[in-house]
Design a protein around this ligand. Structure first.
Ligand SMILES: NC(=O)c1ccc[n+]([C@@H]2O[C@H](COP(=O)([O-])OP(=O)(O)OC[C@H]3O[C@@H](n4cnc5c(N)ncnc54)[C@H](O)[C@@H]3O)[C@@H](O)[C@H]2O)c1
Length: 322
């Protein structure tokens, strides 16, 4: 394990501060630099976190600027606008946030060219792609949080359904982090036993119950926003998980948003597939066999994202071939 683990968080709103808090209390970073266009806010968040230091240990948190990221190993980007209302789709956020990224990625390339960058801002698949296009660092060093959050929600609900620890449930949501995301039933399992063809813990696979369960995953963000106005705590934990995989050089397999280059017949777009995440960023992929329906779902996700990329105003020379 690297002794000094310096992590930047750009955008310390609801999501950025939840990520900083998760990194802080889990002791994943040894130094956190909080950056926000609202400097006072970043300062306030750093002060607030530092008041917990005596109880957490020697994690040092401060507000800063991009020049403070010179020797950061990783930078989380959660800057930008969030969904305005439950009716606003993630893709509607596209042009509002793509503009913001042009300047942020430029700063990161100047001051932290070797750092792995984890993108959380929505639409996360599009902004991961845009960041890779804008940045001079290798694409594998820019990772979107993608469907790790949806996968965590899926596993939590399946865990409740089967009354088991969700960490013993292995089931992915892949594709777009958004409405077209794809539940992968074909290899979903509890403790290694596939749920599709088996009665697991006295519960045979019930298609309508499972469709209902997945609908709760797909609608989760909308339902939370309806109630509290934004989502932040689970995505904070998700970001911390990715940061831990990178800084710990774990080679953990996580469904995150990466650029595809022929996997499942998809190219030139970012979406989530299971990726091996290490200190280098994304090392390689672990590609489960998908059913025809799941494959078609993945390709539909890719087509939708490609269409959004075509609407981009930020980078007219984005490659538009899928
Ligand atoms: N990936 C996911 O699963 C997931 C989950 C939840 C939210 N999100 C997304 O995360 C993003 C942030 O959400 P939030 O609720 O924290 O929003 P927020 O409005 O609370 O915070 C955004 C912060 O970004 C800052 N900011 C804006 N432009 C900036 C710039 N150019 N440089 C530095 N800072 C800048 C703002 O000052 C603000 O503090 C949104 O796009 C939201 O949709 C993603």
């Amino acid at each position: 394990m690297i002794q000094r683990r310096k992590v930047g968080v750009v955008g310390t709103g609801n999501v950025g501060v939840a990520a900083a808090y998760a990194l802080f209390i889990q002791g994943i970073a040894s130094e956190l630099v909080l950056i926000d266009m609202n400097e006072r806010r970043a300062e306030g968040e750093a002060m607030d976190l530092m008041h917990g230091q005596a109880l957490v240990g020697s994690v040092y948190v401060r507000a800063g600027t991009y020049t403070d990221l010179e020797d950061a190993q990783l930078v989380v980007v959660s800057a930008g606008a969030s969904q305005k209302s439950p009716d606003e789709s993630r893709l509607d956020l596209l042009n509002r946030n793509a503009d913001v990224f042009q300047s942020i990625i430029g700063e990161l390339d100047m001051h932290a060219p070797g750092a792995v960058v984890v993108i959380a801002t929505n639409p996360v698949d599009i902004l991961t792609y845009v960041s890779q296009e804008l940045s001079s660092r290798p694409s594998r060093q820019i990772i979107g949080t993608g469907t790790l959050l949806d996968t965590a929600r899926f596993r939590a609900l399946l865990g409740q359904y089967y009354s088991v620890d969700p960490r013993s449930v292995h089931a992915y949501v892949l594709g777009e982090h958004g409405d077209s995301e794809v539940p992968i039933w074909s290899n979903a399992n509890v403790g290694g036993l596939p749920i599709l063809d088996n009665t697991v813990l006295d519960r045979p696979f019930d298609r309508s119950e499972m469709d209902h369960l997945f609908e709760q995953v797909r609608r989760a963000a909308y339902q939370i926003i309806e109630r509290k106005g934004y989502t932040n705590t689970a995505i904070g934990v998700v970001i911390a998980r990715i940061v831990r995989a990178v800084l710990g050089d774990e080679k953990a397999v996580l469904p995150v948003s990466v650029r595809l280059n022929g996997e499942y017949g998809i190219s030139n777009v970012c979406l989530s597939i299971p990726a091996v995440v290490s200190f280098r960023g994304v090392e390689s992929f672990v590609l489960p066999d998908l059913s025809e329906k799941e494959l078609e779902g993945m390709r539909a996700s890719a087509r939708l994202l490609q269409k959004s990329l075509e609407q981009l105003s930020v980078r007219p020379d984005v490659d538009r071939t899928l």
